[in-house]
Design a protein around this ligand. Structure first.
Ligand SMILES: *[C@@H]1O[C@H](CO)[C@@H](O)[C@H](O)[C@H]1NC(C)=O
Ligand SMILES: *[C@@H]1O[C@H](CO)[C@@H](O)[C@H](O)[C@H]1NC(C)=O
Ligand SMILES: *[C@@H]1O[C@H](CO)[C@@H](O)[C@H](O)[C@H]1NC(C)=O
Length: 318
């Protein structure tokens, strides 16, 4: 089973900030692949070939690709994100791109085989909208093998599905920063440090506390896929309403900027996951994908008109 392999880093971003992100992501990937390798039984044949690196590859256009496994009637999308129902242009072309690993073939997911393998087990996703998109497409694909699938939103899940034929739950817990955060009025009279002068609201981020949405639900899942990335920017948290980082309940001094905060949060969350999530749970860290807004940012009337992967020099990572 290869969850999380569809979108991976294939290129080096240019900006320092992005490079750091890449490094962190690669580090986490390494950590989790190590866990994975440890779980694998020793191969019986000592001269078996090394496993294929599914992350090294490229997108290729396959006009003869069979039709998608689901259509616009799949009930798991947010309405606004249902490209099929909203008649997004060029869907045929978009659906014809396939990920081709450099050194092996990658067959199409077989929903029946997937659900059979996962019988009586649960798959959880925790993170931002990249994971939401991932979970929605997985739910819609799996529904092809169990049309009796129903929506499932228990245990603080933001969305999810239950597949009665196989007793499998697949769900998504929305937690864009992974750590707990909430907006707070700044106490009157308090001066912000650094280039501060910040008034009004700020967002307190407890770097060492997982968000309520997933802190107590990890034992329910047999497979967990984590991600975070696109919310760590000033477009989401402008300097007027900044993130202020706390550890052990106290503000961190000197204050961290948003990328330093990202790094510290990832360290704490990874350490929490290693400590608290049972060893039998298969854990993945999904990597970042480039931003793809065209003609403006997400909140500036930008849209996603592209129907092919971004060229390397078009990629923006944050
Ligand atoms: C469904 O799976 C859960 C584990 O996820 C298990 O505890 C439960 O007994 C299963 N139910 C049935 C009817 O097999
Ligand atoms: C998580 O579980 C702990 C221990 O039972 C409890 O103290 C805490 O309130 C729970 N947190 C949430 C957000 O449910
Ligand atoms: C977005 O488009 C609307 C309607 O055309 C316009 O009123 C608004 O000013 C635009 N906003 C930006 C940030 O360009």
């Amino acid at each position: 089973m290869e969850l999380g392999s569809r979108r991976t880093h294939t290129t080096m971003p240019s900006k320092l900030r992005s490079s750091r992100l890449l490094l962190i992501s690669l580090l986490l990937l390494f950590v989790y692949s190590t866990i994975l390798l440890l779980r694998r039984p020793t191969p019986p044949n000592p001269v078996s070939p090394p496993p294929c690196d599914l992350f090294s590859g490229r997108w290729v256009l396959h006009p003869e690709t069979p039709k998608p496994l689901y259509d616009e009637t799949c009930p798991f999308h947010r309405n606004a994100w249902n490209c099929l129902r909203n008649k997004r242009e060029n869907m045929d072309t978009i659906n014809s791109w396939r990920w081709a690993p450099d050194s092996c073939g990658l067959s199409r997911i077989d929903p029946t085989r997937f659900l059979e393998t996962m019988r009586d087990r649960n798959v959880g996703f925790v993170g931002d909208s990249l994971n939401e998109n991932f979970v929605v497409s997985l739910l819609c694909v799996l529904r092809a093998a169990d049309p009796s699938a129903v929506k499932w939103k228990k245990k603080k899940a933001w969305r999810g599905g239950y597949f009665p034929k196989f007793n499998v739950t697949v769900a998504y817990h929305r937690s864009v920063l992974l750590a707990k955060y909430k907006s707070q009025p700044r106490p009157s009279g308090e001066e912000a440090d650094g280039d501060g002068g910040v008034k009004g609201t700020y967002y307190r981020v407890d770097v060492d506390v997982p968000a309520d949405e997933w802190i107590n639900v990890t034992s329910f899942y047999d497979v967990l896929v984590f991600n975070s990335g696109h919310w760590w920017g000033y477009d989401k948290f402008p300097k007027e309403t900044p993130l202020v980082f706390y550890r052990k309940g106290k503000p961190i001094h000197p204050p961290l900027d948003i990328m330093q905060g990202f790094e510290v949060v990832l360290q704490h969350m990874v350490s929490y996951i290693q400590r608290q999530v049972p060893a039998k749970t298969l854990k993945f860290w999904r990597l970042q994908s480039p931003r793809h807004f065209y003609g403006g940012d997400w909140n500036q009337n930008g849209s996603c008109l592209l129907d092919k992967p971004l060229a390397q020099d078009q990629e923006q990572w944050s």
